[in-house]
Design a protein around this ligand. Structure first.
Ligand code: PEP
Ligand code: MG
Length: 324
């Protein structure tokens, strides 16, 4: 653990004047569990289920999946664990399920794949539900949603899986179901989506890539990939507003949540939870605990009036330094 920050483990992510936000972790590997618990994570905002799938040479069976998911749910209970359904395609390949496309980021990925393969989706959801028996801390999240019908179709399948599991005599509640906001279309559909689901979570990694038309993994254009770009900040504002109007919780689970400067801006915007790599958790907590909410809101208002992402980024760093 970072020297000097361990003492923050037990303390909440709360501003000097008592404004509180949840800090959660993004997980995927088994080792993420201990790293997260050591740092006092308040649950999992994004469990990337494709990671255990990537480490095998075939699709894991329902029982294999149940065991993997059970470990996550058990380790973090009673805190919530947000399990994202399989997000393959784009930059995430399964060796035993090859997808060859000219434009993988605009192709068959995330929810598109699983809605075309309900048998894969149903096995996964049944395994999640069975794993949650007696713990009741499961939340299910859908990746790469572009249209309302995708959320609805997936919800129907989840409901069907739930009925099947109940019929097998396993008594679990229907979990909250949410969608990721990670493509521009979803930003403009955020209110319609929020009406249909239980929560929203913004995936700023993909959202930045799609808003700016900059491949998140292409070094040639890495300088242009900037989550402080005004288009990204204003999109985030639209999503928070949509969630607020529908009274649905909204969080961020992209890398932006794990940087002290952007975490302050997201807090000021009104996101209720930030989910990040465990290694960033104490750093972000420290930044939030050092300021008053008024400081973060003033900073947000200032940057929302600016029109250059690089200037915004340096301005935020500078103000953070000044704040000590
Ligand atoms: C995102 O896109 O911001 C996200 C959290 O998902 P992933 O990085 O797994 O695509
Ligand atoms: Mg994503």
């Amino acid at each position: 653990l970072q020297a000097g920050l361990e003492k923050l483990r037990e303390l909440p992510a709360e501003t000097e004047d008592g404004y509180r936000i949840q800090v959660q972790v993004n997980t995927g590997l088994m080792t993420d569990i201990s790293r997260s618990l050591e740092r006092g994570a308040e649950g999992v905002g994004l469990y990337r289920t494709e990671i255990p799938f990537m480490m095998r040479d075939r699709f894991p069976s329902e029982e294999e999946q149940r065991q993997i998911y059970r470990e996550q749910l058990q380790a973090f209970a009673p805190y919530p664990v947000t399990m994202r359904t399989l997000d393959v395609g784009g930059d995430k390949a399964l060796p035993y399920f090859p997808i060859k496309e000219e434009n993988p980021f605009l192709g068959w990925r995330g929810i598109r794949v699983t809605l075309d393969h309900p048998e894969i989706f149903m096995v996964q959801v049944r395994a999640m539900l069975k794993a949650s028996q007696g713990l009741d801390n499961l939340r299910i999240m859908l990746p790469m949603v572009t249209s309302v019908f995708e959320a609805e179709d997936a919800q129907h399948l989840i409901h069907r899986a739930w009925l099947e599991v109940c019929e097998e005599g396993i008594d679990v509640p229907m979990p909250p179901v949410g969608v990721m906001i990670e493509v521009p279309a979803a930003v403009y559909q955020a209110r319609a989506l929020a009406q249909r689901v239980d929560f929203l979570s913004v995936g700023t990694n993909d959202l930045t890539q799609y808003l700016l038309a900059v491949d998140r993994n292409n070094r040639q254009v890495a300088d242009l990939y900037n989550s402080y770009h005004p288009a990204v900040l204003h999109a985030l504002m639209l999503v928070v507003e949509a969630a607020r109007e529908e009274e649905k919780p909204v969080s961020v689970c992209g890398e932006m949540a794990g940087e002290p400067g952007s975490a302050l801006l997201l807090t000021a915007m009104g996101f209720q939870a930030l989910s990040m790599n465990a290694s960033n958790l104490l750093k972000v907590k420290a930044a939030i605990r050092k300021v008053k909410i008024g400081f973060a809101r003033k900073l947000l208002n200032e940057v929302l009036a600016m029109d250059n992402g690089e200037v915004i980024s340096s301005y935020v760093d500078l103000q953070l330094e000044k704040a000590g």
